[in-house]
Design a protein around this ligand. Structure first.
Ligand SMILES: NC(=O)c1ccc[n+]([C@@H]2O[C@H](COP(=O)([O-])OP(=O)(O)OC[C@H]3O[C@@H](n4cnc5c(N)ncnc54)[C@H](OP(=O)(O)O)[C@@H]3O)[C@@H](O)[C@H]2O)c1
Length: 256
């Protein structure tokens, strides 16, 4: 057990997880708390984080509930400042918050394109920038991408392009900040039936059809991502940077 603790535990570490109210962000925040980290959570509506906050308290995560609107370019720096004010340090940033506005490319509105890019690419960059300034003696940044960064499907041009941009941003920042002891990596989930995505995945029949395209034979869950996160944030991942771990049951292999 001590060996596993040495590889994956985060005692005394401080983590910031965006978009943590539900779905993937909630599962990732719980994973970090269970590994011993103190955790700051964000939502556009901070009050909506209270339930998760109550769940994290007994784990010793001392949850800090923050409001964060990623389309506001000044907001990321404020969120990082609040973390520093509370704990005096930031060790892990998880850029999980994201937005998908689906629609035919010929009719796609500029406002929708801008909102998707501000949420999925500019916001995570500004958070990473503020975090890197605050991470004194090194840190870990993990961006949540998507299999749609590499598999092209209709009616998701803005989302797919923003996530592909996020993966290249991951590599660019990894190179630039390696000398500061900061690793920058990404996790790319496949279709995960979280609260907001259930409607997109559609009926039980549509979900079954999607699962049939996945070599491991099922849709992923938010909890399937916890292991990749703990690898990238714990001591075990100290020498991994600029990488994207695809957690999709083999979907992108295209062999189902
Ligand atoms: N679920 C999937 O199938 C799937 C597959 C691949 C990748 N992903 C990625 O995984 C991440 C989490 O996905 P999810 O399905 O759990 O939830 P989600 O509904 O895609 O989004 C996660 C959170 O992002 C926050 N958010 C959205 N717009 C925001 C904005 N303008 N400013 C600040 N926060 C904003 C929302 O939090 P509040 O409403 O509380 O503000 C939301 O709960 C996303 O980056 C998503 O693209 C998901």
């Amino acid at each position: 057990m001590a060996y596993l603790e040495e590889l994956f535990e985060l005692p005394g570490r401080v983590a910031l997880v965006t978009g943590a109210r539900q779905g993937v962000g909630r599962a990732l925040a719980l994973a970090l708390a269970r590994a011993g980290a103190r955790v700051a959570l964000t939502s556009r509506d901070a009050a909506s984080l209270r339930e998760l906050g109550r769940e994290l308290e007994p784990l010793g995560a001392e949850p800090l509930l923050l409001g964060l609107e990623l389309t506001d370019a000044a907001a990321p720096a404020r969120a990082v400042e609040a973390v520093i004010e509370r704990w005096g340090r930031l060790d892990v940033l998880v850029n999980n918050a994201g937005l998908s506005i689906r629609g035919p490319a010929v009719d796609y509105a500029v406002a929708e394109w801008d909102e998707v890019f501000a949420t999925n690419l500019r916001g995570p960059f500004l958070l990473a920038q503020a975090a890197a300034r605050a991470m004194g003696d090194g840190g870990r940044i993990v961006n949540v991408s998507s299999t749609y960064a590499r598999v092209a499907v209709a009616e998701r041009a803005a989302y797919a392009a923003s996530k592909a941009g996020l993966e290249q941003l991951t590599r660019a920042l990894a190179v630039e900040w390696a000398a500061r002891g900061i690793t920058v990596n990404a996790i790319a989930p496949g279709a995960t039936p979280t609260q907001t995505r259930r409607a997109v995945l559609g009926t039980a029949e549509a979900a079954r059809a999607r699962a049939a395209e996945i070599p491991l034979g099922r849709l992923g869950s938010a909890d399937d991502l916890a292991g990749a996160l703990l690898l990238l944030t714990g001591p075990a991942g100290a020498f991994i940077t600029g990488q994207t771990i695809v957690v999709d049951g083999g979907y992108t292999l295209g062999v189902a």
